[in-house]
Design a binder for this molecule. Structure first.
Ligand SMILES: [Cu+2]
Length: 166
């Protein structure tokens, strides 16, 4: 009895359907970019299933080109894929991995919303509406890990490294 309850509490539903990856996206946002050349986007992909998946690409109607970037030190490099671990989450955040929107078709302004489609190895594409926030916005949310380093300065550091990147 107790074991059954514990399982139900942790996994949610689904006996037997564990080949289905159950992904959802939250905390998505784009800090208002300082140029109309490029912008970075951040979000969290939550995986509530027992299989991992990989984020492999993204598209958006506001950018010619959307790539997945990893930050290492002061530089960014393109990532082919980012793992969304089983029963875990993939966190894209300032100073780390992010979506890079390049060749923007128009300048993004705080308050508008950008549609982005995320593509995965196994899961069907997920459409996300990403709000454009102020340039120094940081999610206050539930990310209880790593006590956030001084937020405004890390955001602007991320922006200036984006700009110098190209
Ligand atoms: Cu980048």
């Amino acid at each position: 009895m107790a074991a059954g309850l514990a399982l139900a509490g942790c996994g949610g539903s689904a006996d037997g359907a564990n080949s289905d990856v159950d992904l959802s996206v939250r905390s998505a946002y784009i800090p208002q970019p300082v140029t109309d050349a490029m912008a970075a986007g951040y979000l969290v992909v939550v995986n509530k299933s027992d299989s991992s998946d990989d984020l492999v690409s993204a598209t958006s109607d506001i950018a010619e080109d959307v790539t997945i970037h990893e930050t290492s030190g002061q530089t960014m490099k393109r990532a082919d894929r980012l793992e969304v671990p089983a029963n875990g989450q993939l966190v894209l955040k300032t100073g780390g991995t992010h979506l890079m929107f390049e060749k923007l078709k128009r300048k993004l302004k705080e308050g508008e919303t950008v549609s982005v489609e995320l593509r995965f190895t196994k899961t069907d594409p997920i459409k996300v509406e990403m709000p454009v926030k102020s340039a120094t916005y940081q999610p206050t949310s539930s990310m209880s890990s790593s006590s956030s380093m001084s937020s405004a300065s890390s955001a602007s550091a991320a922006i200036s490294s984006s700009v110098s990147h190209h």
